[in-house]
Design a protein around this ligand. Structure first.
Ligand code: NAD
Ligand code: TYD
Length: 352
């Protein structure tokens, strides 16, 4: 019997690389295909440790290219898809919304169409798993949590594009009988995150004694989850999740931005042997993000009760691991912060 084939899109990105690693190592009898366009956010050095494994295959390609995607599905007839490829940064979506429509909406529909074409007579034997974000639910004030039943209310071009792709996935289940599952996760942190996002950006800047740009007053709240725990949740949902269901994933771990930046300063001062309070002096309040969502907070009870998933590390443990990883992987950081990153940074942080 031929081996099962799973297509993971966006596997060279932050979360995708952890999902690919987990699947390649845990399921040696399954062929894992990593499809990634290697945009600025994709980096194959994140996967050097598993690149030579016999069940790992990398395919460079763009999900916006429907002819290419159709041919890929025709060739491999994947048993299942875990779709993570996306434009993922809110600030970039504010300056270039169309790139988000292209990849997040059209790219997702291209994948759905290609899957539908090859799975047509046996939809029940395949699964399309779409990885989404809690940002589709909009912004909370001080009370309450996002539930799987919370109405969609996206506020940024990024979250609007993700919400749109979620709707298409549900529509393909309803209309064509495709087996689908969606998860909506809170903010991730951990090794291999591109330093345009708050935590790695601050770690990189603290290291180089550069200003730490905090938007507005730093009062916005995010719910942080260690990326390896997100990958574990994706594994469980892919294998045990119920058809047509949505699962929220989060760490019950809310932090105001300013508090998290202060904490990062404290940990880095200790690790770098700097005087306590030295890095906090780098904190610089800058112009707020347009339409900045105030608070995200996930209620992750459903995945806990149905699948028994819970985070494996505390925030303190996860942050220690993350800081150590960034300090030990200077070459990775230097590689991704050269070139395009410098131009992006100068444009984004003119006031910092
Ligand atoms: P990322 O930006 O680090 O990685 C995205 C990957 O997709 C990159 O490797 C990039 O090269 C690839 N890609 C982009 N456009 C592509 C295209 N047109 N064709 C093929 N590949 C393309 O993103 P991430 O933070 O790892 O997020 C992964 C997924 O998880 C996204 O769908 C995102 O919406 C979702 N998500 C992220 C978070 C978070 O905190 N980062 C939280 C919840 C959900
Ligand atoms: P980010 O990591 O971009 O994730 P998201 O916008 O998807 O939540 O930002 C996390 C929070 O940190 C968000 O409230 C915006 C804020 N932020 C800053 O204050 N300064 C920065 O330079 C960045 C990138 C983000």
């Amino acid at each position: 019997m031929s081996k099962k084939k799973i297509l993971i899109t966006g596997g060279a990105g932050f979360i995708g690389s952890h999902v690919v690693r987990l699947f390649v190592n845990k399921y040696p009898e399954t062929e894992i295909f990593n499809l990634d366009a290697l945009t600025y956010a994709g980096n194959l050095t994140s996967l050097e440790d598993i690149a030579d494994k016999p069940n790992y295959h990398f395919v460079k390609g763009d999900i916006v290219d429907s002819a290419f995607i159709n041919a890929l599905f025709e060739e491999h007839k994947f048993d299942g898809v875990i779709h993570l490829a996306a434009e993922s940064h809110v600030d970039r979506s504010i300056t270039d919304p169309m790139a988000f429509v292209q990849t997040n909406v059209i790219g997702t529909v291209n994948l759905l169409n290609a899957a539908k074409a090859v799975w047509k007579d046996e939809m029940d034997k395949h699964l399309f798993y779409h990885v989404s974000t809690d940002e589709v639910y909009g912004s909370l004030d001080d009370g309450g949590f996002f539930l799987e039943t919370t109405s969609y209310d996206p506020q940024s071009p990024y979250s609007a594009s993700k919400a749109s792709s979620d709707h298409f996935v549900r529509a393909y289940r309803n209309t064509y009988g495709m087996r689908t599952v969606i998860s909506n996760c809170s903010n991730n942190y951990g090794p291999n995150q591109f330093p345009e996002k708050l935590i790695p950006l601050c770690l990189n800047n603290i290291k180089h004694k550069k200003p730490l740009p905090v938007y507005g007053k730093g009062e916005n709240v995010r719910d942080w989850l260690y990326v390896v725990d997100h990958a574990r949740a994706i594994d469980q949902i892919y294998h045990e999740g119920r058809d047509g269901e949505t699962y929220n994933i989060g760490g019950f771990n809310e932090w105001k931005n300013i508090d998290i930046v202060r904490l990062l300063c404290k940990v880095m001062d200790r690790k770098l042997g700097r005087a306590e309070g030295e890095s906090e002096k780098l904190i610089t309040f800058v112009t707020d993000r347009a339409g900045h969502d105030l608070r995200y907070a996930i209620d992750a009870s459903k995945i806990n009760q149905e699948l028994g998933w819970e985070p494996s590390v505390t925030f303190e443990q996860g942050l220690e691991k993350t800081v150590d990883w960034y300090l030990e992987n200077e070459a990775w950081l230097e590689n991704v912060t050269s070139g395009e990153y410098t131009k992006y940074y100068e444009k984004q942080y003119v006031t910092a």
